[in-house]
Write a protein that binds this ligand. Structure first.
Ligand code: FES
Length: 355
């Protein structure tokens, strides 16, 4: 069935098309005189639901029942997620959770899909239509025709008329994302990670030790221009050693005390020119492992952020937004380097709750 688009006409086999009042030339297109004829569409065969209102009513009932079943399936999935929680170390709980959650989601999606197909096949308009493609235009006639098409679509699908189908479909569409939302919520950690990010293993009196041997470092071993990779004493015995190391890793360097620009309140954070800074880049957390002893610059190999050790590791190049946090240090009675305290700010990249 061909549609006339608000005054648009097209002449088959002609090289000229008229749209509204304007005439558009076929240009240089070659139009063969013996074009094959359009065979047209096969004759439309009416369905039982087109002929029998009772059958249409039954089909309508089936469609909205399927949509309601979809709502029930989605709600069941959410309830199953709460009723059968996954318990750490219990594979049985994982199986129960997965089976019931999967059943609910499958029921929700399958019923929604089958309902939509059944609706389209039995109740929506069943004859094929074709529509000529025209130039897009901003003309009022085109806009009016677009509105008309929407109205026709509504009429043919029965979306506005069949209120039970419409309401159950809206309910099913609202319910089916719920299990997904609940699952995403389940990915969040049980407790806030912020306290863990704010503190490291460093504490008052913790010795600075070589990474990876764990041997304590004497201040006298740190010569001018040298740099050490450092971990806190006792780290190697920790069960979560890698997690702790990811926060507590430190770089130790010795400069001439007169080369250091020390801000107020940090006068005793270095020991005779020996300074310790977090090794975790404040950009996205790569280890800052390159020390350039002539310029006293620390370089992050990931995105080239550069920190100036003489100026409390302020950023002088690259995407990092904050200086590397400094670990206040001193020596104990045996001359070993020890921390004065933990870092005074969280190490590593920024996070929302960082103060
Ligand atoms: S992680 Fe260091 S510059 Fe990006």
């Amino acid at each position: 069935m061909a549609h006339d688009d608000g005054g648009t006409t097209a002449a088959a086999g002609s090289d000229v098309e008229k749209i509204g009042q304007s005439t558009i030339s076929g240009g240089t297109a070659v139009i063969a005189p013996d074009l094959p004829q359009n065979p047209g569409l096969p004759p439309h065969r009416l369905r039982v639901t087109d002929l029998d209102p009772k059958a249409a009513k039954v089909a309508e009932r089936r469609v909205y029942t399927l949509f309601y079943v979809s709502i029930v399936g989605s709600i069941f999935a959410v309830a199953a997620y709460a009723a059968f929680p996954i318990k750490p170390g219990d594979p049985g709980s994982v199986r129960l959770n997965t089976v019931f959650l999967g059943m609910g989601i499958a029921l929700g999606l399958l019923s929604l899909g089958i309902g939509a197909i059944y609706w389209a096949k039995n109740l929506m308009r069943g004859d094929e239509i074709s529509e000529s493609r025209h130039f897009t235009s901003e003309r009022v006639a085109s806009r009016e025709r677009a509105v008309e098409i929407f109205k026709e679509g509504n009429q043919e699908s029965g979306f506005g008329r069949r209120s039970l189908i419409r309401n159950s479909l809206i309910g099913a569409l609202l319910a089916f994302p719920l299990p997904g939302i609940v699952l995403f919520r389940g990915l969040a950690p049980d407790h806030s990670p912020v306290p863990a990010l704010e503190h490291t293993l460093w504490a008052k009196g913790t010795r600075l030790t070589h990474d990876p041997s764990g041997a304590p470092i004497k201040a006298s071993d740190v010569t001018l221009g040298s740099a050490f990779h450092v971990i806190p004493e006792g780290l190697l015995e920790k069960e979560d050693m890698l997690e702790q190391k990811a926060k507590a890793a430190v770089l130790l360097m010795r400069l001439k005390p007169e080369d250091l620009n020390v801000s107020k309140g940090r006068e005793n954070w270095n020991y005779d020119g020996i300074v310790a800074y977090s090794k975790i880049c404040t950009h996205v957390g790569c280890p800052v492992a390159l020390y350039e002893q002539q310029t006293h610059h620390l370089l992050c190999p990931c995105h080239s952020s550069t920190f100036d050790v003489t100026n409390e590791c302020e950023v002088i190049f690259g995407p990092a937004a904050r200086p590397l946090p400094q670990l206040p240090i001193t020596v104990d009675s045996e001359g070993y380097l020890v921390a004065r305290s933990d870092f005074h700010e969280p190490v590593g990249p920024s996070f929302w709750e960082r103060s």
